[in-house]
Every structure is written in C-alpha cells, then in structure tokens.
Design a protein around this ligand. Structure first.
Ligand code: HEC
Ligand code: HEC
Length: 271
C-alpha cells in the first residue's frame, strides 16, 4: 500500500501540474498561433474554434467548426491545405469569401503557427507542422508599400470617363463587396457582418482617395488592424471605392453629422 502511494501521489501531482502549466510549456509556435488566432480569427470562429464567434450569426455559410465537433472534416485536410486556405482565403480556393485572405497580412511563420495551433483544436494523428531550423519560414510580414493618392487619381481618370463609366463601376463595386467578402465584416443598411464598422454612411465620412488607399493597404495605416489586405486588383479596389463613396446615409442624417474635412488621415480617428 505504501508503495502504491509513492507512485500515485507524484503521478496525480504531475497530471494536475501538467494541465495547469501546459500553457507555460506550450510549443512556441502553437503559442504564437493561439495569440494570432485570438485576435484575428475568434470573432468568426469563436474562442475555442467552434465556429461560434460574435460575428458568426452574420455568415452564410457558417465559419467552419475547427474542432470537428459534429463531423470529421479538419482532420482530413493536410497541413498544406489549411495553410493555403488561410493564405488565399475562401475566395482563392473556391470556398466562401466570408473566410478572408491573410497572405498579405501575416508572415509565412505566422500562418504555419496558425496551422500548428488549429491542429490542437481537433483530434489529428497525421504529420505535424515542422518548423525546420535549417530552413526557417519567412518571419517578416509581407511589405506592401503604402498606396499614394496620385495612384488613385490617375486610375480614376483612366477608368471613369463619364456617367456611364461611373455607373458601371458602382455596379461592379457592389459585386466586389460581396464576392470578396467585405460583407462578412461590414454592414450596409443592416446587412452584413459586425467585425468592422458599419459602412452605410462611409461615403459621407471618408473621401474616396482615403477609402481606396485604405482598402488597398490597411496595414500601412494601422499595423494591428483586424482588416486584412484582401489583395484586390486596382480595378476591384477602384470599383468598391466608387460604390462606397455613394453611401451617404439619409439626407437628414447627413445634415446632422460632422463630415471629415481635414486633410489629415481620417482613418486615424479609430483606435
Ligand atoms: C469574417 C469571418 C472569418 C474570419 C475573421 C476568419 N474566418 Fe476562417 N472561415 C470563415 C468562414 C465563413 C469559413 C467557411 C468557408 C466555407 O466553408 O466556404 C471559414 C473557414 C475556415 C477554415 C476551413 C477551411 C476549409 O478548407 O474548409 C479554416 C482553417 C479557417 N477558416 C481558419 C481561419 C483563421 C486561421 C483565421 C484567422 C487568421 C480565420 N479563419 C478568420 C470565416 C472567417
Ligand atoms: C476580416 C474583417 C474585414 C474584412 C473582410 C474587411 N474589413 Fe474593412 N474593416 C475591418 C475593420 C476591423 C475595420 C476598422 C479598422 C481599424 O480601425 O483597425 C475596417 C475598416 C474599413 C474601412 C474604414 C471605415 C471607417 O469608418 O473608418 C473601410 C472603408 C473598409 N473597412 C472597407 C472594406 C472593404 C471595401 C472590404 C472588402 C474589400 C473590407 N473592408 C473588408 C474589417 C474588415
């Protein structure tokens, strides 16, 4: 009996200690993935990855349950497939564009860390993500130069020559807003996601050149923004900008509100 206690008590201490301190001993890449996930992914995928974040109700199809709670799905994907969907977004791999594109936002190492963390959310016995010391993944985030106002002006002059051209752009912009997944994070007139600000009056609040520059490269304004660079083409960005610029809210609201007139960057006002 004494002998058994000798074994049992330390074993119990080990198990309890192991659970309590598992966060401390967590693999450094899994820990990094957990941190990135909790800032950028939980609004849709939920704190524990079940697909039940506060923005989930606005998504159709739903954000994937990464825990495989009801069906075996994630476990059947390869690490490379998970990497690819994070890098290219649903749009890039023929899934819903409600899953954003993160390849212009995170470093290679951050995306692989996300894959390593996601593997801890469901039961999986395939090959782990290898962080090879011989050939480490790119740790710097992709650097996209800030977009200048002149770029917007010349593109606008080139593509929008008359009212018909403008109307075409507005129609195309509406499609971009849905097809590229802006709608998963932003509401317009009560429809869409709540991760980002409501854009129903954005055409009144922000000048087109700022909308264009922001959409093309949000990180150049705010390195920690939750809005990724969705890698739009010049023309898609122009179209969505022109569409958003037409959204000014009701005329009554417009009279009450204070527009942004200063030449300073209006996006700075958000934290
Ligand atoms: C705006 C909401 C939203 C955010 C933010 C979001 N996701 Fe998703 N995600 C989705 C949706 C919606 C799907 C389901 C796509 C489908 O099945 O067509 C999905 C699917 C996935 C899948 C499954 C892909 C597959 O092959 O079926 C993975 C993995 C994933 N997301 C990872 C992430 C990670 C990592 C982040 C954070 C960097 C993230 N998601 C952020 C909405 C989101
Ligand atoms: C993953 C969610 C997400 C997606 C997808 C997304 N945004 Fe955003 N967006 C945000 C967040 C969050 C902010 C607030 C930025 C901040 O303060 O960091 C924002 C800010 C903006 C703003 C500035 C609004 C203001 O009042 O300051 C505009 C304009 C905008 N987004 C347009 C777009 C367009 C166009 C698309 C699609 C091409 C898009 N967004 C896709 C999350 C998203």
């Amino acid at each position: 009996m004494k002998k058994l206690q000798f074994v049992l008590i330390p074993a119990i201490i080990l198990v309890i200690g192991g659970v309590a301190f598992s966060f401390l001993f967590e693999d450094k890449h899994v820990a990094k993935g957990r941190k990135v996930f909790s800032r950028y992914c939980t609004p849709c995928h939920g704190d524990s990855g079940r697909g039940d974040g506060y923005n989930a109700k606005n998504l159709d199809p739903h954000a994937r349950d990464l825990t495989d709670g009801t069906e075996e799905y994630m476990a059947k994907l390869t690490n490379e497939e998970i990497y690819e969907v994070i890098e290219q977004g649903g749009y890039g791999v023929d899934l819903s564009a409600g899953m954003p594109t993160w390849g212009k936002h995170f470093s290679e190492e951050e995306i692989w860390s996300l894959v390593a963390f996601i593997r801890t959310l469901h039961s999986y016995d395939g090959p782990p993500v290898i962080f090879d010391k011989e050939k480490p993944y790119q740790t710097a985030r992709p650097r996209t130069p800030p977009v200048q106002e002149a770029e917007f002006v010349s593109l606008f002059e080139e593509k929008v020559s008359d009212d018909d051209g403008r109307q075409e752009m507005i129609d195309q912009g509406k499609e971009v807003f849905v097809d590229r997944g802006c709608v998963a994070c932003h509401q317009i007139d009560g429809e869409g996601g709540e991760l980002g600000p409501d854009l129903s009056r954005v055409g009144f609040m922000l000048q087109p050149q700022f909308i264009y520059r922001w959409v093309r490269n949000p990180l150049s304004f705010k390195p920690h923004t939750r809005m990724p660079n969705l890698d739009l083409s010049d023309e898609e960005a122009l179209a969505v900008t022109i569409y958003l610029s037409t959204l000014k809210g009701s005329s009554e609201e417009v009279q009450k509100a204070e527009p942004h007139r200063s030449g300073a960057d209006p996006l700075q006002r958000r934290s």
